[in-house]
Design a protein around this ligand. Structure first.
Ligand SMILES: [Zn+2]
Length: 241
């Protein structure tokens, strides 16, 4: 039995993060993932791409980068206690919320049968001042929304999946990380250093380690100080009735 926490869950939940790129789980909500693992929930990732365009070095081909990032992602997830990662191998940068993508996500939901799904907010164009959201993040959120409702839980969508024995599955909750408007905020101060440790594993993405550490530690809440920092991760949470 898991003690009821801020989320209001009183038993173990199966939590699946469906996100666009390696490093998205850790950047968007790595501290929350660490918290969920510590509380005894079962957490796994499904990543839509291998992040093969996540770098502008002419000498590193997308194929090489994909291999590097897969290893980095495995190590980062291990720091947080996440063991299972699956990839759908869409091409990085070109995600589109079309019917093919919807079928692929519906398949994952019916195979994995999560209680809780975590993805991106498809409506968030400007996550913070001076920064435009990656189109893959918005597309990933749209793809997940469209698969969750109505496809995953309705036998009449993608009957070919039903023929394979993949029965309809309804998730209990959908969480948007990096939301345009948050309605559920977790204090994750206790897990912030672990999030940073996990992000260190994404060596190809974080640049200078010292500057990165300073930047991440600087993301404390406005009502706290560098000497006594408090950290939050923010979500938009849909609890289906
Ligand atoms: Zn990303």
């Amino acid at each position: 039995m898991i003690a009821a926490a801020e989320e209001g869950w009183d038993k173990k939940q199966k939590i699946l993060l469906i996100l666009a790129h390696p490093d998205d789980p850790e950047f968007f909500c790595g501290a929350t993932v660490a918290r969920w693992v510590e509380l005894g929930h079962e957490v796994s990732y499904c990543l839509l791409t291998k992040g093969d365009k996540g770098g502008d070095d002419f000498d590193v081909t997308p194929g090489t980068l994909a291999g590097i990032r897969e290893v980095e992602q495995r190590r980062a997830a291990a720091v947080l206690g996440v063991k299972k990662i699956r990839y759908l191998d869409f091409e990085d940068g070109y995600l589109v919320a079309d019917i093919q993508a919807r079928r692929a996500i519906t398949r994952v939901i019916r195979e994995e049968k999560p209680d809780i799904l975590v993805s991106c907010d498809p409506t968030n164009y400007i996550p913070r001042a001076g920064y435009l959201n990656h189109p893959d993040h918005r597309a990933a959120g749209q793809m997940v929304c469209d698969a969750v409702f109505p496809c995953a839980g309705n036998p009449h969508y993608f009957p070919e999946l039903l023929k394979e024995g993949l029965l309809p599955h309804k998730v209990k909750e959908l969480w948007f990380s990096l939301p345009a408007v948050a309605d559920f905020i977790l204090d994750v101060t206790r897990y912030w250093e672990r999030k940073i440790q996990a992000l260190y594993e994404h060596k190809s993405q974080i640049g200078d380690k010292e500057a990165f550490t300073k930047r991440m530690r600087g993301r404390h809440t406005p009502d706290s100080s560098p000497e006594s920092p408090r950290y939050e991760e923010r979500f938009r949470r849909i609890v289906f009735s």
